[in-house]
Ligand binder design. Sequence first.
Ligand code: DON
Length: 316
Amino acid sequence: MSMKSQWQIIEEQLDELVQASRRHAAFGAVPRYIPELASAPAEALGITICDLEGRTVSSGDCGLSFTMQSISKVFTLLLALMDNGEDGVFARVGMEPSGDDFNSMLKLELVEPGKPFNPLINAGAIAVTALIHGDTPEAKSARIAAFFRTLAGGSDLTCNESVYLSEKRTAHRNRSLAYFLMDNDVLDPSTDVEELLDVYFRHCAIEATCADLARMALVLASGGIDPDSGAQLVPRRYVQIAKTFMSSCGMYNASGEFAIQAGIPAKSGVAGGILALVPGRYGIGVIGPALNRKGNSTAGVHLLERLSQAHEWSMF
Ligand code: DON
């Protein structure tokens, strides 16, 4: 009798796992602070997994498109590192989990110097977006989108204009965070905050599918190498930095629990997406729009924890 490969088992069991995890959507709710996100199907759950041999498996509502939101912050961090080097980036943003909500301003005033704790909370991501090279906000947004498309294997990722506008109209907290950062000298005094936030909102509103996230994650899983061409798209060291932040801060102040339950690098977004990876093996994209109080997809987290436990993916 021949042994089944892990891939075969994943293919056989994925539908059943998705069905079981879908029930957990009922414990969450779609976010309302960005009005346009509130119309997403709360009960949906979809997943795509791809591997380095070119195989792909999908299940559930994997046809949905959704905005990347905070998942984009992993990739703007990579681009900022490529543009400025480690010293340039970490002069403006720290390396530690904050333990606070993703949009919290608490520690910016409590801790000296008032530098954001890490690049994945909103304050840190806004500081990172300010470091992306480009002569105009449009040029910066175009560079970011082109970089995302390259990592997604040439997929035509574009900004969802209505989600972008919806956030732009209502983002008073992000505006306050940006002005706070300017006061703390994390942003240069010459920064035009509205222009900076425009670049930030636009990369958060880049629309993708589970397959796109899985393909982008696969580049991280392979240490920055394009799985099709073999080209080194991102220096290995920067991918290592991004994966470390995903492990320690990717699920915000639920990152410790996720590390214990799943033990793989992952990054969530407030539209319900999660990008995850198994180093050297798989890229994973998940969508489940209903979120828990910490801003992570309830069904998506459950599904990743179940998958990781079933296949012993934990790195720890
Ligand atoms: O800035 C914001 O609030 C959103 N554009 C992104 C936040 C987010 O995705 C938090 N994730 N769970």
